[in-house]
Design a protein around this ligand. Structure first.
Ligand SMILES: Nc1ncnc2c1ncn2[C@@H]1O[C@H](COP(=O)(O)OP(=O)(O)OP(=O)(O)O)[C@@H](O)[C@H]1O
Length: 591
């Protein structure tokens, strides 16, 4: 194992694995490494690029912004977008015979869906439909609500897994084949016999979608794997195009991606994986935390980083207490505030946290969506006026253009304000939304980035002016195709409101986005963090941590490690005994 820091340069022509704890600077280092390769590689010509794969679209944008103008010869994307663009789309014709894919209707890949019409079509034409017997007959399965909802839930869990012979198979989770009868809280499962029969033709079910050109993210992985296994020349083309292939957050990739990557790394392409197995939190999507360390390629070199460059000493003490296999160095060496546990109600804790943070923003991280949405609602309900933006879209309604003008103006407004807060990811996303006419994802990002720079450059010209002046700059310099603002209520609105007036609404509305799930916060960092626990049992991640075997513990570990300056934890209750154990590290405050 070789020790490096996030400033180190390493040899560029060897496979590598970089592992390090949270805040070590892995992503920072990756950007630096990419730049190093760009400068020094002898294998990058005009048409050859570095592939950089990250887990989320937000991470893609973070890296693109950090790469800045050197991004041209780097293709930064999620694994699904990458494989779709370079394997599925160009070679879709090879999927027609085996999988019935309608390549003429193929138009990108989406979240998984279950259309019940298609479920009916599948069951009615199932090759073993005659074996479906009462109370699971074709009619009963397709007409009775309770059966329909169990089927939908079950089919929603559809995914692909390797069998013993290393063949990819379509599978569904039988644990999900349930629904509830009216007024009865007991789960009603579809019986084994029925599932045995249906499972005989899951591929037939998928084909009904494929023949309409509908494919989801999992299908992209499946098709890519099948294509490169059956047609090795595709792999050769990919290896020629991408002499370097780097994957950030590798601990959360699933086994199909790992196998695909191994094939790519067999020759010519240098593979680099970066990650932290203690931050593996996507087990439900098939990721296995151990796969990061068991990933091998010939002569792969291992590196690790021991620093934590993100957090204060007190927060790093908490992280080191949870994790026993490494001890992070306190690189910043900043003595910060002692972390606080608030025992009691969530909103009160959030208010208190803000007060203690001198009214700086506090980001709340919750285990599930419901908690984070409740927090959003509570915040929304506190009398902020966010209505002006809505009013703009109502007043500037021209039915012929489907609100195009106001959409463009609002997107530019938000993009400007986000960029000013250095939230470049959100900013790019906003501006990208008005360049949907550019099909190429990378190109669209680049154009968005270019116009964000322009808006920031012109900021002083419009910041104290009316919305009309802002609109004029947009029409002249960003989207000349928006219609002219000649007269009527729209023009009166634009002339009667200042840019600052509307910008304030963006800032207020965005307060709501400071409340997110832990999974969404992965890879990100915030000055002040409030981790919201469902109940006192969740404290096990601190009292009896087991990052190796317990994904829940890893999830909370990821949550607390997002904090740079102040860490708060909220729990509805806390037994006396636990309080005395936690007191050495936390101030405990009842709210
Ligand atoms: N060499 C460096 N110089 C300046 N800042 C750095 C350096 N290395 C890391 N940082 C900063 O430290 C923080 C943590 O870095 P980064 O997000 O890359 O860590 P990470 O290892 O990817 O974290 P995680 O796994 O928790 O997501 C960031 O704010 C980053 O900008």
């Amino acid at each position: 194992m070789n020790s490096i820091t996030s400033d180190s340069l390493i040899p560029i022509e060897q496979h590598f694995r970089v592992s390090a704890g949270p805040g070590a600077g892995k992503t920072y280092w990756l950007v630096k490494h990419i730049k190093n390769v760009l400068h020094n590689s002898k294998r990058l010509e005009k048409t050859r690029k570095i592939a950089c794969i990250t887990y989320t679209n937000i991470a893609v944008e973070t890296i693109l912004v950090r790469l800045g103008t050197t991004a041209d010869q780097v293709e930064v994307s999620t694994i699904h977008s990458f494989l779709y663009k370079h394997i599925v789309k160009p070679y879709a014709s090879f999927l027609v015979d085996d999988y019935g894919l309608n390549m003429n209707k193929l138009n990108g890949h989406n979240e998984p869906v279950v259309y019940f019409k298609k479920v009916v079509q599948w069951i009615e034409n199932h090759p073993h439909a005659d074996k479906l017997k009462h109370p699971y007959s074709v009619n009963q399965l397709t007409k009775l609500e309770i059966k329909k909802s169990a089927l939908t839930r079950w089919l929603f869990s559809l995914t692909y897994k390797f069998d013993q012979q290393n063949n990819l198979k379509v599978v569904c989770d039988r644990g999900e084949a349930y629904s509830f009868d009216v007024g009865n809280p007991t789960r009603m499962y579809l019986n084994k016999k029925c599932l045995d029969v249906l499972e005989l033709d899951l591929i037939g079910y998928k084909k009904i979608y494929w023949q309409d050109g509908i494919i989801d993210h999992e299908d992209v992985l499946f098709f890519s794997y099948q294509l490169i296994s059956k047609y090795p020349f595709i792999l050769t083309v990919l290896q020629a195009k991408f002499p370097y292939f780097f994957v950030d957050e590798f601990q959360d990739t699933n086994p199909i991606q790992v196998s695909t990557l191994k094939m790519i790394g067999e020759k010519e392409t240098i593979i680099g994986v970066i990650g932290d197995e203690s931050q593996s939190i996507y087990g439900f999507q098939g990721a296995e935390s151990k796969q990061f360390h068991s990933f091998v390629l010939p002569n792969i070199v291992d590196y690790e980083m021991a620093d934590n460059r993100r957090s204060t000493n007190q927060i790093i003490d908490v992280l080191n207490k949870i994790r026993v296999n490494i001890r992070q160095n306190k690189f910043r060496n900043i003595e910060g505030a002692k972390p606080i546990i608030f025992v009691g109600e969530r909103i009160a804790s959030l208010r208190k946290a803000k007060e203690i943070s001198n009214d700086e923003p506090v980001y709340s991280l919750s285990r599930d969506n419901i908690t984070s949405n409740t927090l959003k609602k509570e915040i929304e309900g506190t009398g902020f006026d966010k209505k002006l933006i809505e009013e703009l879209s109502v007043k500037d309604k021209s039915s012929s253009s489907n609100n195009y003008r106001s959409k463009v103006v609002i997107a530019c407004l938000k993009a400007t304000e986000f960029a000013r807060e250095k939230r470049f990811n959100d900013s790019i996303k906003e501006l990208e939304s008005i360049f949907k006419d550019i099909n190429d994802e990378q190109e669209r990002k680049k154009v968005a980035l270019k116009h964000i720079c322009l808006l920031l450059k012109r900021y002083n010209d419009f910041k104290d002016s009316s919305m009309f002046d802002f609109y004029t700059i947009i029409k002249n310099e960003i989207r000349s195709d928006i219609s002219r603002l000649v007269s009527g209520t729209a023009k009166i609105f634009y002339e009667g409101h200042s840019y600052q007036h509307l910008a304030l609404c963006v800032k207020i509305a965005e307060d709501v986005s400071k409340h997110k799930t832990i999974h969404k916060a992965k890879g990100d960092e915030y000055p002040n963090v409030l981790v919201v626990l469902e109940d006192e049992n969740c404290f096990q991640f601190l009292l009896n941590p087991n990052l190796d075997d317990n994904e829940e513990h890893r999830i909370y570990y990821v949550a607390v490690s997002r904090a740079k300056e102040r860490l708060f934890i909220n729990t509805p209750s806390l037994p006396e005994g636990d309080q005395s154990i936690l007191e050495s590290m936390f101030n405990i405050i009842k709210v």
